[in-house]
Design a protein around this ligand. Structure first.
Ligand code: NIG
Ligand code: FE
Length: 418
């Protein structure tokens, strides 16, 4: 058989385990690293994996010398707020003055200021801006990601955001999973009438479903935003309609959003900085993925990070994401998050790689399809300018990507050598 593309002379090939459920606890610390490896692509899929010596016998149309580089599956970013209008650099001074995130929001700033900018932007403007950020996300080695709405808080703008995501999916090689986050904040016009607003968001879910604009539904369960009871109401309705569930849970205050996520069989529970012992225990007995966002804790200037060590030691499936958004974590760089996971969450390199590949894929319903390099899977992979897999979290704040391939085709490269 003649393959389409052979990648040979790979120094280390990172092979997260292919499983039917996310990797939990101790399993997260296991990662197969194949040295002096090679693999072949055929018809856009991984068709053969072997050693560099064996590669001599492989018939191929094209070949690529990896020059002893590290190669991994394309990374997965399972939590982003990709589509938004404007920016919030003026809030930085407030943050420096110590004004808390929820106080900025309560005064009509924060998320609500991005809501105004997003409502005022045309679909084309949002598309262009999101494309710019998307290309940057891709340049950091991400080939599968999630994108949320949530800066409309009204039907017209929420649908506008979701349509932008749809168009981005159609026009870009990167796989994008879409999430409806209508209940992201309480619009000023509904202050005191939160239940009515939620009813409107449930109505909107029907339209989103009919137009096939999102796979997941999400809500911000937090003090001053939505209570656990309100979150349960919204998520149950979403579940009935066939949406997968996500929740912004226990980010600042411990309200029980983590417990709720497990109870409802959510695909993921995200943030979890203030998750209770009981919440962690419930997570460990479930397949709900804990999506940790250390970039947000860092950016909000907090000293207390999510209890990743305890979660993993208790047997929870942990994933990592950027939470890219214009307020609480302004970065597209998932590699930076990998460094923060090492430095602040005390995760091992093996745990970190699993958390941005296989487990991140499960966090967005793409387990078994993305995040691993298994035979028959889409040939999405990254060549890295690093000497070994442990080096990436160690050398922080820069882009280590050499080149990114989707379906066996190069979609981003640092130079033309490889
Ligand atoms: O995940 N916590 C709520 N939502 C976002 C922040 C969005 C924003 O500040 O614009 C988050 O951190
Ligand atoms: Fe978020």
């Amino acid at each position: 058989m003649k393959y389409d593309l052979l990648i040979y002379n790979i120094g280390q090939l990172i092979l997260p385990k292919q499983t039917t459920v996310p990797l939990k606890g101790e399993e997260m610390n296991h990662l197969t690293i194949k040295e002096n490896a090679a693999f072949a692509v055929h018809d856009r899929k991984i068709a053969w994996i072997g050693t560099n010596d064996e590669a001599n016998n492989i018939q191929t149309k094209e070949s690529l010398d990896a020059q002893q580089k590290v190669v991994s599956p394309g990374l997965v970013d399972p939590h982003t707020h990709l589509v938004f209008g404007g920016s919030r650099e003026k809030e930085l001074a407030l943050k420096q003055a110590g004004v808390p995130y929820l106080e900025i929001l309560a005064k009509g700033g924060g998320i609500l200021s991005t809501v105004v900018a997003t409502r005022n932007a045309t679909e084309e403007e949002l598309y262009e801006k999101a494309t710019f950020h998307l290309n940057r996300i891709l340049s950091y080695g991400v080939t599968t990601m999630e994108a949320k709405s949530g800066y409309g808080l009204e039907p017209e703008t929420e649908l506008k955001q979701l349509k932008v995501v749809k168009k981005l999916r159609e026009n870009n090689p990167i796989t994008i999973v879409s999430t409806f986050l209508g209940p992201h904040a309480i619009p000023p016009s509904f202050k005191g009438n939160e239940d009515e607003f939620l009813q409107e968001m449930v109505q909107l879910l029907n339209t989103v479903k009919k137009e096939n604009l999102a796979e997941f539904a999400d809500i911000f369960c937090e003090t001053g935003v939505f209570t656990t009871k309100q979150s349960q109401y919204f998520l149950l309705k979403a579940k009935e309609m066939g949406f997968g569930l996500k929740i912004h849970a226990d980010e600042i205050d411990s309200l029980g959003g983590t417990e709720l996520a497990v109870k409802l069989g959510a695909t993921s529970a995200d943030h979890l900085v203030a998750a209770s012992d009981q919440g962690i225990n419930m997570l460990s007995n479930s397949n709900t993925v804990a999506v940790l966002l250390p970039g947000t804790t860092f950016y909000l200037g907090k000293d207390t990070y999510a209890r990743a060590r305890i979660m993993i030691d208790e047997g929870v499936a942990v994933a990592l994401a950027t939470d890219f958004n214009p307020g609480s974590c302004v970065t597209e760089n998932l590699q930076l998050i990998m460094s923060l996971a090492a430095l602040k969450l005390k995760m091992t390199p093996e745990e970190i790689w699993n958390a941005v590949t296989v487990n991140a894929a499960f966090a967005i319903g793409k387990g078994g399809e993305a995040g691993t390099l298994a035979l028959g899977q889409q040939a999405n992979f990254v060549l890295w300018d690093i000497p070994n897999y442990m080096y990436l979290p160690y050398h922080f704040g820069v882009n280590h990507t050499n080149s990114v391939y989707i379906n066996g085709t190069k979609v981003w490269g640092r130079n033309n050598n490889v």
